[in-house]
Design a protein around this ligand. Structure first.
Ligand code: SF4
Length: 374
């Protein structure tokens, strides 16, 4: 079966001849050897003029980083390669569109102590670190990721806040990417949160299982298993990310009984073709990852080229959903600007009311009546 691993092996031998297979498979080696600028990326990809200019102009803002593994999945000569477009800047990133702003979800307003966002009484988000393995050009938190480990300095206050508010039952550890923390540091955080009696559920939001699947070590999985119930929310973008290496990591997590959920941002020209989105959602479910959110891309500065018009997004989800089991169909949502939370958007399916009946429209446009007396 073709899974691309021969290509990745060839990539390693050509560009990293000093790294044997064991080093290549070591996530720390991958992190240390991330491609961080135009010069490094030009060694492994034929950069287009717009990529080259955008990379040269980067100063401040969201940094650039690509793991060698993730770079090995990209087409070296095609700047339209979907994975390439998610992590390599282009000049469109410098154009501000109406409504775009650095903190569109008003997370700063809902920050109750440094590094803790609380929008609902029973749930909090802890920004455990500011670093990621790769930086997604459409990142909602582009205003703060890449700023080193400074967020880790706030753990004491964050843990004290969770302990002091007995309404909190669900803690999402996010960032940045929390799996960039060492297993020991992550273990400290999980142990301290798990010791708080009212905390029922721990969640970790990460892109590492797909951009750096080597991070899913046996030691990490053993740690996560000790802190059940625990959900790993995996940020997935494109079916090309579902490689043999990613499959191994996902299988390790699922075999350990960890609930896996998929989150995807709908991105123009990247995953907005029906066959691409269908293949991604099917692939995730096949690897025991339940797709649960499909996000409309947040209006961060310079992200207009990623946004799909909402009506097109709705039609796409309806079309794709027709061919998939309900388990593979995520909720298409807009995280409301101003901190309104995730608002599901979708086709109008309740199209009318008649005496004693609700009039419904299915995904094929057929009309049905359901008895629903007043
Ligand atoms: S991995 Fe997540 S936090 Fe990091 S850049 Fe991508 S979207 Fe942002």
């Amino acid at each position: 079966m073709f899974d691309g691993s021969d290509e990745r092996e060839r990539f390693r031998r050509v560009f990293y001849p000093e790294a044997d297979a064991a080093r290549w498979s070591d996530w720390r080696w991958q992190v240390r050897h991330r491609l961080r600028d135009g010069h490094a990326l030009a060694r492994v990809l034929n950069l287009s003029e717009t990529e080259r200019v955008a990379l040269a102009r980067r100063a401040g803002g969201l940094p650039v980083a690509v793991t060698p593994y993730y770079a090995s999945l990209m087409h070296p000569d095609d700047p339209r390669d979907p994975l390439r477009r998610t992590v390599i800047p282009v000049d469109d990133e410098d154009r501000l569109a109406p409504g775009e702003r650095p903190d569109p979800l008003d997370e700063r307003r809902d920050t109750v102590v440094p590094g803790v966002i609380q929008r609902h009484p029973d749930r909090v988000v802890i920004l455990a670190t500011g670093v990621c393995a790769t930086y997604c050009r459409y990142c909602t938190r582009s205003r703060l990721v890449g700023g080193g480990e400074r967020l880790t300095g706030h753990w004491e206050a964050a843990i004290a806040h969770v302990a002091s508010d007995s309404r909190i039952r669900d803690v999402l550890i996010s960032g940045g990417d929390p799996l960039m923390l060492s297993t020991r540091r992550l273990g400290e955080l999980l142990t301290r949160l798990r010791a708080i009696p009212h905390v029922e559920l721990l969640r970790i939001g990460s892109r590492m299982p797909l951009v750096l699947p080597m991070r899913i070590t046996r030691k990490l999985v053993a740690l996560l298993r000790r802190h059940q119930p625990l959900v790993v929310s995996i940020h997935a973008t494109h079916p090309a990310e579902l490689t043999a290496e990613a499959a191994r990591g996902l299988a390790r997590l699922a075999d350990a009984g960890i609930l896996l959920a998929g989150q995807t941002v709908l991105l123009a020209g990247i995953n907005d073709a029906p066959e691409t989105l269908r293949s991604l959602l099917r692939g995730l479910l096949r690897h025991r990852v339940r797709p649960y959110y499909l996000y409309q891309c947040d209006p961060i500065p310079g992200s207009a080229h990623f946004r799909v018009p909402v009506e097109e997004g709705i039609a796409l989800v309806e079309r794709v959903g027709r061919d998939l089991s309900g388990l593979a169909v995520p909720r298409y949502v807009i995280d409301a600007p101003g901190g309104g939370g995730k608002i599901p958007i979708g086709p109008v399916t309740m199209v009318g009311r008649e005496p004693g009946h609700l009039v419904l429209r299915n995904a094929h446009g057929q009309i049905y009546r359901y008895p629903d007396p007043p």
